[in-house]
Write a protein that binds this ligand. Structure first.
Ligand code: AGP
Length: 593
């Protein structure tokens, strides 16, 4: 986690660094700081968000600098633990994204050698190591310091009076932005959209030195050329465009995301071909992911099992690392919108060691997963800024439908109607969005409770899990997602007037069973909010609140129902005055274990 940025060029670094950092806050936002070289190093940092730091800063003249926005791993969020971190002389400063595993030993060694380390962070050792090794060659000293580190150490270093920045990539992302007589480093291209669309994605082990008009990259001691890429995301994609929060904008972008993701696949042919066995059939499948992507994977299980009639196993990547099993030579799908989730990357490592072929589904071009998987299927969701995933989850669902459909064991008439419905989903999702006010009314009522259950059955069980995760994440209401039938096996003890239940009532073979569950819940006096399909009257007089969604084939019901649970969470969080786009303690890409 953490966002890092560097600038060198002909403009004042301060406003550029702050602007880039504000775009990286989704990676962490408990503290932030910048260091600018103006002869000497000017270092300013504090707890809190970039906007708050900005207000406290003087006018800094220098045209080279680095910046950081933090998600604490070692040491609590505090001014002293905020980056940049300096050496004893104040000549060197570093910003870092990752964790140094051997920092304790390094710290002890450095202290014994006379260095005074002031923070609780692992990062500070890097600045002191650079100081230790510096004897006139700044990039050389950084390289020697890096040799001592174990762990994840993507970092940028600055030296007072030097017209160079030195950076290294190790296990977390770093890009170089190429400008006109100016160059940038950033954790992610979204930070650079205001300045350039030309980027180079650095690879693991790369050490890059940039000046205003040169870029030199080395790996394993040898110079190396890395390809330049053009970013297709626009500045507007990463702005709120009149919405109060990124989250609401991103929820509203979903009709377009479905269209873009589908049209990308249609024009590229069939991404699913990769999954076909030798006989052109899809074998059993393993899907690995975390959080919301895991929930998309669970929906994928129902889609594939229903359509293709092959067994699908879905596991949390973070659990699979320790206890999962995969057969040598089998294929696995890893879903990660950011492409940087460490648990997902570790799962891929394990899969590859087992001899599996890995297909990644991700939204971020150039992300680490794209380099570690055998093949990548891209989502076309555009940049997702809000920490809570919504539109990327939607794109993941669409990718999974698209993967399954070519192997569907259904007659051609059914297949045609499914494809037609898939293409109509943007219209259906728009209808849900047009009903936003009704969902907001229900959300305002939910906002007054401290515990909420979400229940679903079959293909909508993962939607219940996702609804609960979303509500917890952004409104801080404790929520649990359950398979409707499971509620009576224990959680019923918690039902009552103070514990509402959001029930997803789908028009499929689960309908009767979930209606029965709702009756049992009502008998325990829990308020019920039912999400029902148009024309379903079974909840009238039974549920306390009803949200109606357009009718779709049951296979696509997670698409429309998910939008409702996203909106519910958003409006509940808004009612409670929560910092919706940047929930406490979270970060968008979780690059630590
Ligand atoms: C989603 O709202 C969460 N912020 C989180 O669960 C997320 O989905 C998870 O960390 C996985 O991220 P990834 O898709 O980037 O791998």
């Amino acid at each position: 986690m953490c966002g890092i940025v560097g600038y060198i060029g002909k403009k004042r670094a301060q406003p550029i660094l702050l602007n880039c950092l504000s775009k990286l806050e989704y990676r962490g936002y408990d503290s932030c700081g910048i260091a600018v070289s103006n002869g000497s190093l000017q270092v300013y940092k504090d707890i809190g968000r970039v906007k708050a730091l900005e207000k406290t800063l003087p006018f800094i003249k220098g045209m080279v600098g680095i910046g950081h926005t933090r998600w604490a791993t070692h040491g609590e969020p505090s001014k002293i633990n905020a980056h940049p971190h300096c050496d004893c002389t104040g000549r060197f400063a570093v910003v870092h994204n990752g964790t140094i595993n051997n920092y304790h030993e390094l710290r002890e060694k450095l202290t014994a050698e006379g260095h005074t380390l002031v923070s609780q962070t692992d990062t500070e050792v890097i600045a002191h190591l650079i100081e230790k090794y510096y004897s006139g060659d700044f990039p050389g000293a950084v390289e020697m310091a890096l040799h001592e580190l174990e762990g994840v150490y993507t970092m940028i270093a600055i030296m007072a009076g030097e017209h160079r920045l030195v950076a290294a990539r190790k296990d977390s992302p770093l890009v170089i932005g190429i400008g006109d007589r100016e160059n940038y480093f950033a954790s992610d291209v979204t930070a650079l959209l205001d300045y350039t669309s030309r980027v180079i994605y650095l690879e693991d082990g790369d050490i890059a030195v940039i000046t205003a008009d040169s870029i030199n990259i080395r790996n394993n001691g040898a110079g190396i050329d890395r390809e330049e890429h053009k970013i297709s995301w626009s500045v507007e994609d990463a702005q709120k465009s009149g919405y109060e929060h990124f989250l609401l904008k991103e929820i509203h972008e979903q009709p377009k995301v479905i269209r873009d993701t589908l049209s990308g696949y249609i024009s590229a042919g069939e991404p699913a071909a990769e999954l076909a066995g030798d006989g052109g059939s899809m074998d059993d499948m393993l899907i690995l992911a975390c959080g919301t992507s895991y929930h998309a994977g669970l929906v994928g299980k129902y889609i594939i099992e229903k359509l293709v009639d092959v067994p699908v196993r879905v596991e949390m990547a973070d659990e699979f690392i320790y206890s999962g099993q995969a057969a040598a030579g089998s294929r696995a799908v890893v879903i990660t919108q950011s492409g940087e989730t460490l648990d997902a990357l570790k799962a891929i490592k394990k899969l590859k060691e087992t001899g599996c072929r890995v297909i990644a589904i991700t939204n971020v071009v150039g992300s680490t997963v794209t380099r570690t998987a055998d093949r990548t299927i891209y989502l076309r969701a555009g940049p997702e800024i809000s920490v809570a995933a919504t539109k990327t989850y939607m794109a993941q669902l669409i990718a999974l439908y698209w993967l399954a459909l070519p192997y569907a064991k259904v007659d051609i008439k059914k297949l045609d109607s499914l494809v037609t419905e898939l293409r109509q989903l943007p219209v259906k999702v728009q209808q849900v969005l047009d009903n936003e006010a009704a969902v907001a009314d229900c959300a305002r009522q939910l906002a007054g409770y401290e515990n909420v259950f979400f229940i679903g059955k079959g293909i909508n069980y993962p939607v219940a899990l996702e609804g609960a995760l979303k509500l917890k994440e952004i409104s801080y209401i404790h929520a649990e997602g359950y398979a409707a039938g499971e509620l009576k096996h224990g959680p019923f003890a918690l039902l009552g007037e103070k514990t509402p239940v959001v029930a997803i009532v789908a028009q499929d073979n689960t309908h009767e069973a979930i209606v029965t569950s709702i009756k049992e819940i009502k008998a325990r006096r829990s308020p019920v909010l039912a999400i029902v399909s148009e024309g379903d009257e079974t909840m009238t007089g039974l549920a306390d609140m009803i949200v109606t969604v357009p009718r779709v084939d049951p296979l696509f019901s997670p698409v429309v129902n998910s939008v409702v649970v996203q909106l519910l969470s958003y409006f509940a969080a808004k009612e409670r005055g929560c910092p919706i786009d940047f929930p406490r303690n979270l970060a968008k890409s979780v690059t630590v274990e």
